[in-house]
Design a protein around this ligand. Structure first.
Ligand SMILES: Cc1ncc(COP(=O)(O)O)c(C=O)c1O
Length: 379
Protein backbone atom coordinates (compact mmCIF):
# COMPACT_ATOMS: atom_id res chain seq x y z
CA UNK A 1 0.00 0.00 0.00
CA UNK A 2 1.35 3.42 -0.92
CA UNK A 3 2.13 5.40 2.21
CA UNK A 4 1.34 9.12 2.46
CA UNK A 5 4.15 11.60 2.09
CA UNK A 6 5.04 13.33 5.36
CA UNK A 7 5.46 17.05 4.76
CA UNK A 8 7.53 19.59 6.64
CA UNK A 9 4.70 21.80 7.86
CA UNK A 10 1.39 21.22 6.08
CA UNK A 11 -1.79 23.15 6.90
CA UNK A 12 -3.78 21.74 9.83
CA UNK A 13 -7.49 22.27 9.30
CA UNK A 14 -10.82 20.60 10.02
CA UNK A 15 -14.53 21.36 9.82
CA UNK A 16 -14.06 24.63 11.70
CA UNK A 17 -12.11 26.19 8.84
CA UNK A 18 -14.55 24.78 6.27
CA UNK A 19 -17.51 26.26 8.18
CA UNK A 20 -15.79 29.64 8.60
CA UNK A 21 -15.01 29.89 4.89
CA UNK A 22 -18.50 28.78 3.99
CA UNK A 23 -20.06 31.38 6.32
CA UNK A 24 -17.88 34.11 4.79
CA UNK A 25 -18.95 32.95 1.34
CA UNK A 26 -22.63 33.06 2.30
CA UNK A 27 -22.23 36.54 3.80
CA UNK A 28 -21.71 37.89 0.28
CA UNK A 29 -18.35 39.49 1.12
CA UNK A 30 -16.34 37.63 -1.47
CA UNK A 31 -13.98 40.57 -1.72
CA UNK A 32 -10.75 42.04 -0.35
CA UNK A 33 -12.74 43.71 2.43
CA UNK A 34 -15.51 42.71 4.80
CA UNK A 35 -16.33 41.85 8.41
CA UNK A 36 -13.96 38.88 8.59
CA UNK A 37 -10.98 41.02 7.56
CA UNK A 38 -11.88 43.53 10.29
CA UNK A 39 -12.31 40.76 12.89
CA UNK A 40 -9.09 39.03 11.83
CA UNK A 41 -7.19 42.30 12.23
CA UNK A 42 -8.57 42.78 15.74
CA UNK A 43 -7.47 39.28 16.73
CA UNK A 44 -4.05 39.71 15.11
CA UNK A 45 -3.44 42.94 16.99
CA UNK A 46 -4.13 41.02 20.23
CA UNK A 47 -1.77 38.19 19.26
CA UNK A 48 0.95 40.75 18.45
CA UNK A 49 0.35 42.94 21.51
CA UNK A 50 0.04 45.86 19.08
CA UNK A 51 -2.60 48.53 18.61
CA UNK A 52 -3.19 47.85 14.91
CA UNK A 53 -2.99 45.06 12.36
CA UNK A 54 -3.41 45.29 8.59
CA UNK A 55 -4.22 42.00 6.84
CA UNK A 56 -2.70 41.63 3.38
CA UNK A 57 -2.05 39.10 0.62
CA UNK A 58 1.32 37.80 1.88
CA UNK A 59 4.16 38.39 4.31
CA UNK A 60 6.22 39.72 1.41
CA UNK A 61 3.50 42.28 0.63
CA UNK A 62 3.45 43.28 4.31
CA UNK A 63 7.21 43.96 4.23
CA UNK A 64 6.85 45.93 0.99
CA UNK A 65 4.13 48.11 2.54
CA UNK A 66 6.28 48.99 5.54
CA UNK A 67 9.18 49.88 3.22
CA UNK A 68 6.86 52.01 1.09
CA UNK A 69 5.59 53.83 4.17
CA UNK A 70 9.16 54.51 5.35
CA UNK A 71 10.13 55.70 1.85
CA UNK A 72 12.85 53.10 1.30
CA UNK A 73 14.51 53.67 -2.06
CA UNK A 74 17.98 53.52 -3.61
CA UNK A 75 19.30 56.06 -1.09
CA UNK A 76 18.68 53.59 1.77
CA UNK A 77 20.72 50.79 3.30
CA UNK A 78 18.83 47.73 4.47
CA UNK A 79 20.69 45.43 6.84
CA UNK A 80 19.39 41.94 7.55
CA UNK A 81 20.56 38.71 9.13
CA UNK A 82 22.17 36.58 6.45
CA UNK A 83 20.33 33.49 7.69
CA UNK A 84 16.82 34.10 6.47
CA UNK A 85 14.37 33.56 3.65
CA UNK A 86 14.68 35.71 0.54
CA UNK A 87 11.49 37.69 1.27
CA UNK A 88 13.12 39.52 4.20
CA UNK A 89 15.20 41.51 1.73
CA UNK A 90 13.50 40.95 -1.67
CA UNK A 91 11.27 44.03 -1.44
CA UNK A 92 14.25 46.22 -0.43
CA UNK A 93 16.28 44.85 -3.34
CA UNK A 94 13.46 45.73 -5.76
CA UNK A 95 13.57 49.28 -4.41
CA UNK A 96 17.26 49.53 -5.21
CA UNK A 97 18.35 49.77 -1.57
CA UNK A 98 21.92 48.82 -0.68
CA UNK A 99 21.79 45.47 1.14
CA UNK A 100 24.18 44.23 3.84
CA UNK A 101 24.08 40.97 5.76
CA UNK A 102 25.06 40.09 9.30
CA UNK A 103 26.04 36.66 10.66
CA UNK A 104 24.13 34.58 13.22
CA UNK A 105 24.98 33.57 16.74
CA UNK A 106 24.71 29.91 17.77
CA UNK A 107 20.89 30.10 17.96
CA UNK A 108 20.70 31.09 14.29
CA UNK A 109 19.38 34.56 15.09
CA UNK A 110 21.37 37.70 14.39
CA UNK A 111 24.63 38.15 16.30
CA UNK A 112 23.84 41.41 18.10
CA UNK A 113 27.47 42.43 18.72
CA UNK A 114 28.20 42.01 15.02
CA UNK A 115 25.03 43.93 14.15
CA UNK A 116 26.25 46.84 16.26
CA UNK A 117 29.66 46.77 14.52
CA UNK A 118 28.02 46.53 11.10
CA UNK A 119 25.70 49.50 11.70
CA UNK A 120 28.66 51.47 13.07
CA UNK A 121 30.73 50.73 9.98
CA UNK A 122 27.88 51.40 7.55
CA UNK A 123 27.20 54.72 9.25
CA UNK A 124 23.65 54.02 10.52
CA UNK A 125 21.32 57.00 10.38
CA UNK A 126 17.80 57.79 9.27
CA UNK A 127 18.05 56.09 5.90
CA UNK A 128 19.09 52.75 7.33
CA UNK A 129 16.72 49.93 8.23
CA UNK A 130 17.45 46.76 10.11
CA UNK A 131 15.11 44.02 8.92
CA UNK A 132 15.39 41.71 11.94
CA UNK A 133 14.18 38.12 11.69
CA UNK A 134 12.70 35.71 14.23
CA UNK A 135 14.29 32.63 12.71
CA UNK A 136 12.13 29.49 12.63
CA UNK A 137 9.74 31.02 15.15
CA UNK A 138 12.41 32.06 17.67
CA UNK A 139 12.49 35.74 18.54
CA UNK A 140 15.77 37.57 18.11
CA UNK A 141 16.98 39.63 21.09
CA UNK A 142 14.35 42.41 20.91
CA UNK A 143 15.90 44.29 23.85
CA UNK A 144 19.43 44.43 22.48
CA UNK A 145 18.40 44.94 18.84
CA UNK A 146 16.06 47.81 19.82
CA UNK A 147 18.80 49.46 21.92
CA UNK A 148 21.36 49.17 19.12
CA UNK A 149 18.96 50.51 16.49
CA UNK A 150 17.97 53.43 18.73
CA UNK A 151 21.60 54.30 19.44
CA UNK A 152 22.52 54.08 15.75
CA UNK A 153 19.32 55.97 14.76
CA UNK A 154 18.35 53.04 12.56
CA UNK A 155 14.77 51.86 11.97
CA UNK A 156 13.90 48.34 13.03
CA UNK A 157 11.39 46.19 11.14
CA UNK A 158 10.58 42.93 12.88
CA UNK A 159 10.15 40.14 10.31
CA UNK A 160 8.16 37.70 12.45
CA UNK A 161 6.78 35.88 9.39
CA UNK A 162 7.67 32.52 10.96
CA UNK A 163 7.01 33.48 14.57
CA UNK A 164 3.25 33.93 15.12
CA UNK A 165 2.58 32.89 18.73
CA UNK A 166 6.22 33.09 19.83
CA UNK A 167 7.45 35.58 22.43
CA UNK A 168 10.54 37.33 23.74
CA UNK A 169 10.55 37.72 27.54
CA UNK A 170 6.75 37.72 27.50
CA UNK A 171 6.49 40.18 24.61
CA UNK A 172 4.77 38.72 21.56
CA UNK A 173 6.69 38.15 18.33
CA UNK A 174 6.22 41.13 16.06
CA UNK A 175 5.90 43.60 18.95
CA UNK A 176 9.31 45.24 18.47
CA UNK A 177 10.42 48.00 16.10
CA UNK A 178 8.31 50.32 13.96
CA UNK A 179 6.27 47.34 12.76
CA UNK A 180 6.16 43.57 12.81
CA UNK A 181 5.28 41.35 9.88
CA UNK A 182 3.51 37.97 9.86
CA UNK A 183 3.08 35.37 7.14
CA UNK A 184 0.10 33.03 6.82
CA UNK A 185 1.50 31.05 3.94
CA UNK A 186 0.38 27.42 3.66
CA UNK A 187 3.45 26.14 5.52
CA UNK A 188 3.18 28.54 8.45
CA UNK A 189 1.97 27.81 11.96
CA UNK A 190 -1.30 29.62 11.23
CA UNK A 191 -2.35 29.74 7.61
CA UNK A 192 -4.82 31.52 5.36
CA UNK A 193 -3.41 29.47 2.45
CA UNK A 194 -1.60 32.65 1.47
CA UNK A 195 -1.59 35.87 3.45
CA UNK A 196 0.27 38.18 5.76
CA UNK A 197 -0.10 41.15 8.08
CA UNK A 198 1.58 44.32 9.28
CA UNK A 199 1.27 44.84 13.05
CA UNK A 200 2.20 48.19 14.58
CA UNK A 201 1.43 50.73 17.30
CA UNK A 202 1.50 53.60 14.82
CA UNK A 203 -1.92 54.68 13.57
CA UNK A 204 -0.17 56.61 10.80
CA UNK A 205 1.70 53.53 9.58
CA UNK A 206 -1.36 51.27 9.85
CA UNK A 207 -3.66 53.69 8.03
CA UNK A 208 -1.11 54.30 5.32
CA UNK A 209 -0.35 50.59 4.86
CA UNK A 210 -4.08 49.83 4.61
CA UNK A 211 -4.60 52.59 2.04
CA UNK A 212 -1.51 51.58 0.04
CA UNK A 213 -2.76 47.97 0.00
CA UNK A 214 -5.94 49.11 -1.76
CA UNK A 215 -4.42 51.13 -4.60
CA UNK A 216 -4.21 54.24 -2.42
CA UNK A 217 -7.69 55.43 -3.27
CA UNK A 218 -8.74 58.73 -1.75
CA UNK A 219 -12.14 58.76 -0.03
CA UNK A 220 -14.03 60.16 -3.02
CA UNK A 221 -16.91 58.71 -5.07
CA UNK A 222 -14.58 58.58 -8.09
CA UNK A 223 -11.09 57.04 -8.31
CA UNK A 224 -8.77 59.70 -6.99
CA UNK A 225 -5.08 59.05 -6.24
CA UNK A 226 -2.47 61.28 -4.60
CA UNK A 227 0.07 58.46 -4.57
CA UNK A 228 0.48 55.10 -6.31
CA UNK A 229 -0.52 52.07 -4.26
CA UNK A 230 -0.70 48.30 -4.57
CA UNK A 231 -3.33 45.59 -4.71
CA UNK A 232 -2.21 43.77 -1.56
CA UNK A 233 -5.36 43.53 0.59
CA UNK A 234 -6.41 40.19 2.11
CA UNK A 235 -9.71 38.72 0.96
CA UNK A 236 -12.63 38.29 3.35
CA UNK A 237 -12.76 34.54 2.60
CA UNK A 238 -9.13 34.04 3.62
CA UNK A 239 -9.55 36.17 6.73
CA UNK A 240 -12.36 33.81 7.81
CA UNK A 241 -9.92 30.91 7.43
CA UNK A 242 -7.35 32.85 9.45
CA UNK A 243 -9.83 33.51 12.28
CA UNK A 244 -10.62 29.80 12.58
CA UNK A 245 -6.89 29.06 12.65
CA UNK A 246 -6.10 31.70 15.27
CA UNK A 247 -8.69 30.17 17.58
CA UNK A 248 -6.54 27.02 17.53
CA UNK A 249 -3.23 28.76 18.18
CA UNK A 250 -2.82 27.41 21.76
CA UNK A 251 -3.40 23.83 20.55
CA UNK A 252 -1.05 24.38 17.60
CA UNK A 253 1.71 25.69 19.87
CA UNK A 254 1.26 22.75 22.21
CA UNK A 255 1.48 20.22 19.35
CA UNK A 256 4.60 21.88 17.90
CA UNK A 257 6.32 21.85 21.25
CA UNK A 258 5.38 18.16 21.69
CA UNK A 259 7.04 17.51 18.31
CA UNK A 260 10.22 19.15 19.48
CA UNK A 261 10.31 17.13 22.70
CA UNK A 262 9.87 13.94 20.71
CA UNK A 263 12.82 14.84 18.46
CA UNK A 264 14.92 15.64 21.53
CA UNK A 265 14.24 12.16 22.82
CA UNK A 266 14.81 10.55 19.44
CA UNK A 267 18.24 12.13 18.97
CA UNK A 268 19.36 11.74 22.57
CA UNK A 269 22.86 10.27 22.71
CA UNK A 270 23.26 10.07 18.93
CA UNK A 271 25.58 13.03 18.37
CA UNK A 272 22.78 14.88 16.60
CA UNK A 273 21.76 18.04 18.39
CA UNK A 274 18.93 20.49 17.89
CA UNK A 275 19.40 24.20 17.27
CA UNK A 276 19.99 25.64 20.78
CA UNK A 277 16.63 26.52 22.35
CA UNK A 278 15.35 30.10 22.57
CA UNK A 279 12.82 31.03 25.26
CA UNK A 280 9.30 31.54 23.96
CA UNK A 281 9.86 29.82 20.61
CA UNK A 282 6.79 28.62 18.74
CA UNK A 283 8.61 25.54 17.36
CA UNK A 284 7.39 26.24 13.85
CA UNK A 285 10.15 23.98 12.53
CA UNK A 286 12.42 21.82 14.64
CA UNK A 287 15.98 21.99 13.31
CA UNK A 288 18.52 19.19 13.79
CA UNK A 289 22.25 19.87 13.65
CA UNK A 290 24.31 17.00 12.24
CA UNK A 291 28.02 16.53 12.89
CA UNK A 292 28.94 17.49 9.30
CA UNK A 293 27.63 18.04 5.79
CA UNK A 294 28.05 14.37 4.82
CA UNK A 295 25.90 13.13 7.68
CA UNK A 296 23.37 15.87 6.94
CA UNK A 297 23.09 14.60 3.36
CA UNK A 298 22.88 10.98 4.55
CA UNK A 299 20.02 11.73 6.94
CA UNK A 300 18.20 13.80 4.31
CA UNK A 301 18.57 10.93 1.80
CA UNK A 302 17.18 8.46 4.33
CA UNK A 303 14.17 10.71 4.89
CA UNK A 304 13.70 11.18 1.14
CA UNK A 305 13.76 7.41 0.59
CA UNK A 306 10.99 7.07 3.19
CA UNK A 307 8.98 9.80 1.40
CA UNK A 308 9.46 12.25 4.25
CA UNK A 309 10.12 15.89 3.40
CA UNK A 310 13.05 17.68 5.03
CA UNK A 311 14.97 20.83 4.03
CA UNK A 312 18.43 22.18 4.69
CA UNK A 313 18.49 25.29 6.89
CA UNK A 314 18.07 28.51 4.83
CA UNK A 315 21.00 29.11 2.52
CA UNK A 316 22.49 32.38 3.85
CA UNK A 317 21.80 35.45 1.76
CA UNK A 318 25.50 36.35 1.42
CA UNK A 319 26.00 32.96 -0.32
CA UNK A 320 23.24 33.63 -2.86
CA UNK A 321 24.58 34.36 -6.34
CA UNK A 322 22.17 37.27 -6.76
CA UNK A 323 23.67 39.02 -3.70
CA UNK A 324 27.32 38.35 -4.56
CA UNK A 325 28.09 42.07 -4.59
CA UNK A 326 26.57 42.81 -1.18
CA UNK A 327 28.51 43.46 1.98
CA UNK A 328 28.57 40.65 4.58
CA UNK A 329 29.66 40.99 8.19
CA UNK A 330 30.93 37.58 9.24
CA UNK A 331 28.96 34.69 7.82
CA UNK A 332 30.80 31.56 8.94
CA UNK A 333 28.28 30.68 11.66
CA UNK A 334 25.35 30.86 9.25
CA UNK A 335 27.33 28.90 6.63
CA UNK A 336 27.97 26.18 9.18
CA UNK A 337 24.30 26.02 10.17
CA UNK A 338 23.37 25.78 6.49
CA UNK A 339 25.79 22.89 5.94
CA UNK A 340 24.81 20.89 9.03
CA UNK A 341 21.20 21.85 9.72
CA UNK A 342 18.04 20.03 8.66
CA UNK A 343 14.49 21.29 9.11
CA UNK A 344 12.52 18.28 10.28
CA UNK A 345 8.84 17.47 9.71
CA UNK A 346 7.11 19.59 12.33
CA UNK A 347 3.44 19.64 11.32
CA UNK A 348 0.74 20.19 13.92
CA UNK A 349 -1.06 17.07 12.74
CA UNK A 350 1.80 14.53 12.85
CA UNK A 351 0.14 11.27 13.93
CA UNK A 352 1.49 8.20 15.70
CA UNK A 353 2.02 6.35 12.40
CA UNK A 354 3.96 9.30 11.00
CA UNK A 355 6.13 9.35 14.10
CA UNK A 356 6.87 5.64 13.87
CA UNK A 357 8.03 6.17 10.29
CA UNK A 358 10.18 9.16 11.24
CA UNK A 359 11.72 7.27 14.17
CA UNK A 360 12.36 4.15 12.11
CA UNK A 361 14.04 6.26 9.44
CA UNK A 362 16.33 8.04 11.88
CA UNK A 363 17.26 4.83 13.71
CA UNK A 364 18.12 3.00 10.51
CA UNK A 365 19.93 5.85 8.76
CA UNK A 366 23.50 5.06 7.80
CA UNK A 367 25.39 8.07 9.04
CA UNK A 368 29.10 8.40 9.61
CA UNK A 369 30.35 10.28 12.64
CA UNK A 370 27.51 9.39 15.00
CA UNK A 371 28.46 8.40 18.50
CA UNK A 372 26.89 7.80 21.88
CA UNK A 373 24.70 5.25 23.50
CA UNK A 374 22.23 4.80 20.68
CA UNK A 375 24.48 4.56 17.65
CA UNK A 376 22.65 4.76 14.31
CA UNK A 377 22.73 1.42 12.57
CA UNK A 378 22.04 -0.03 9.17
CA UNK A 379 19.32 -2.62 9.41
C1 LIG B 1 11.46 35.10 7.32
C2 LIG B 1 10.38 35.24 6.30
N1 LIG B 1 10.08 36.48 5.85
C3 LIG B 1 9.11 36.68 4.96
C4 LIG B 1 8.36 35.64 4.46
C5 LIG B 1 7.36 35.92 3.40
O1 LIG B 1 6.07 35.52 3.68
P1 LIG B 1 5.08 35.11 2.48
O2 LIG B 1 5.50 33.78 1.99
O3 LIG B 1 3.74 35.09 3.15
O4 LIG B 1 5.17 36.17 1.45
C6 LIG B 1 8.62 34.34 4.91
C7 LIG B 1 7.83 33.18 4.48
O5 LIG B 1 7.68 32.54 3.68
C8 LIG B 1 9.67 34.12 5.83
O6 LIG B 1 9.99 32.90 6.24
Amino acid sequence: MKQNRIYLSPPWTDEKEREAVSAAFDSGYIAPCGPMVDAFELELAKVAGRRYAVAVASGTAAIDLVLEHLGVDSSWTVVAPTLTFMATVGPAWHRGARLAFVDSDATGNVDVALLDDALGELGGGERTLFAGVDLYGRCCDYGEVSRICRRRKVKFLCDSAEAVGASWRGRPAGSAGVAGVYSFNGNKIVTTSGGGAVVTDSAKLADHARKLSQQSREPRPWYEHREVGFNYRMSNILAALGLAQLAKLPAILEARSRNKRRYEKLFEGTGVGLLPPVDGENNWLTVALLPDEGSRDALMSAFAAADIETRPVWKPMHMQPVFAGCRAFGGQVAEDLFRRGICLPSGTGLGENDWRRIERTVRSAQIAGFHGKRRMQTK
